[in-house]
Ligand binder design. Structure first.
Ligand code: ATP
Length: 446
């Protein structure tokens, strides 16, 4: 018995010691610091001139002092056991003045929501800072939050509460004086056309009505800056136009808005300026007209090739197009599809004539279309990098782990995870260098 007792005591002691080691190594890291070191090099090699100008503007205090929000190299690297280190937002520099609606565009996973979460204080930036009405989210978060309203991508609503109860609750949380809460709530219900839902519970609301209520919540407390993460998702065209009017009314009243949306039409209507994000990084910035002039000027000539087209006949089509339009740029070529961009200096009649001749000659063309470039074209042109580069990153990470003959990032030893800078010729350098420690799965707040 004594031996068994001694053994069980020994095992307990051993287990406790292992647990202590594990917890301790989580807190300090083994053999070094657990601080993620993100060092992005070669920053300005392929930066768009407008993006570079915005960086200079943000750093020039005399030109950016009227900005209600200023993002200075805001960066987020997520670290998790499964995914490793992932650069979600890469040195974002933007300033938004009073009365501007700024559109932040990008495909899913570009880093828009992460940017918002850093602005609201939900996530700590890995590097950089943001200032809302000159209050830093890193050092003066509570004061920065006072000037901010946020409509998240997913409605933060309680099924059992009515629209009125939601707004009353949020008004109290935001510190609206008790004697004016009723008045504020009624104003918001009227402003967002929610009076008929005032006393119904939110679980019975349609998706569009929930978005309206979330927007109303973001307006409580009369914030200077309003962040709207896809506010019109799920809305019918009438409700969408209604919300657009509300947003335009807010900017006319001097409020600043940062908006994310997947609708180019919405951005054209609402945004004074917009930027397109690809893999966490700004690729272009300016008014819609400026972006269309700079990147979407001219026409798109799309050719569908016959099923029996060979590589040789495809080359003949390319030669034909280059011969007739020396400034045509091949934007896409896959399977039987070719997309050329032709500058607007070429008359439309010449493009049609050449395309018709193309059909008559012995070239393997099934059909063609010509269209004027739109903001959609500009957007698609930028964001098609995202998938390709994400796949390249994934392959590279797998190659690293395979070369080390172990599962990727399931080890506590020192790692070096290289993150590729999206859209850049050069690999970067951004790096998570340091010992691995146990994150909860998808642990992000680090
Ligand atoms: N908690 C997390 N842990 C690890 N990675 C995350 C986490 N949240 C987001 N990411 C990653 O960060 C990147 C940016 O995500 P984010 O949600 O900010 O994109 P988004 O542009 O808002 O996309 P969407 O349009 O779908 O909302 C993505 O690659 C995503 O996988």
């Amino acid at each position: 018995m004594a031996v068994i007792g001694f053994l069980s005591f020994g095992i307990t002691l051993l287990l406790e010691f292992r647990r202590y080691r594990k917890v301790h190594s989580k807190m300090e890291g083994r053999g070094g610091t657990v601080e993620a070191s993100v060092d992005v090099l070669l920053r300005n090699d392929d930066q768009d001139s407008d993006v570079r100008r915005e960086i200079q503007r943000v750093h020039n205090s005399s030109r950016s002092e009227s900005d209600i929000v200023r993002l200075e190299h805001l960066t987020k690297v997520y670290k998790s056991r499964k995914q490793g280190a992932q650069l979600a937002v890469d040195h974002l520099c933007i300033g938004v003045p009073n009365g501007e609606c700024f559109g932040l565009l990008g495909v899913n996973g570009a880093g828009k929501t992460t940017t918002f979460r850093m602005l609201t204080g939900d996530l700590r930036p890995t590097r950089g800072d943001a200032f809302i009405a000159s209050k830093s989210v890193q050092t003066d978060l509570a004061n920065a939050q006072r000037r901010l309203g946020y409509c998240p991508q997913f409605d933060a609503l309680f099924d059992e509460l009515t629209a009125r109860e939601h707004l009353t609750l949020y008004a109290k949380l935001r510190g609206v004086p008790p004697e004016t809460v009723g008045e504020v709530v009624d104003w918001l219900l009227t402003r967002l056309d929610l009076m008929s839902y005032a006393d119904k519970v939110s679980s019975t609301f349609s998706g569009g009505t929930k978005r309206k209520l979330s927007t109303a919540q973001a307006l409580i407390g009369n914030p200077d800056l309003i962040l709207l993460d896809e506010p019109t998702t799920g809305m019918d065209p009438r409700s969408r136009r209604f919300l657009w009017d509300v947003i335009l009314g807010l900017t006319n009243a001097g409020k600043s808005i940062i908006l994310t949306s997947h609708s180019m039409e919405e951005c054209e209507v609402l945004c004074t300026r917009l930027a397109i994000m690809v893999n966490g990084r700004l690729r272009c910035l300016g008014s819609t007209q400026h972006l269309k002039n700079k990147y979407g000027d001219g026409y798109s000539l799309r050719l569908r090739l016959k099923a029996d087209a060979t590589n040789a006949t495809k080359d003949a089509v390319c030669e034909y197009i280059q011969k007739h339009f020396c400034d045509a740029t091949l934007k896409e070529l896959h399977y039987g599809y070719m997309h050329y961009e032709v500058t607007s200096s070429v008359p439309l009649s010449r493009i049609f004539a050449a395309a018709e001749r193309c059909m008559r000659d012995d070239l393997p063309i099934e059909s063609y279309s010509i269209s004027q470039n739109t903001l959609d074209n500009v957007f698609v042109g930028f964001v098609k990098f995202q998938g390709e580069l994400a796949a390249a990153d994934e392959l590279e990470r797998k190659a690293v782990s395979a070369s080390q003959n172990r599962p990727f990032l399931h080890d506590d030893s020192v790692e070096l995870t290289r993150l590729r800078r999206p859209g850049s010729e050069s690999d970067i350098a951004a790096v998570y260098e340091g010992p691995r420690f146990d994150f909860n799965e998808d642990d992000d707040d680090n």
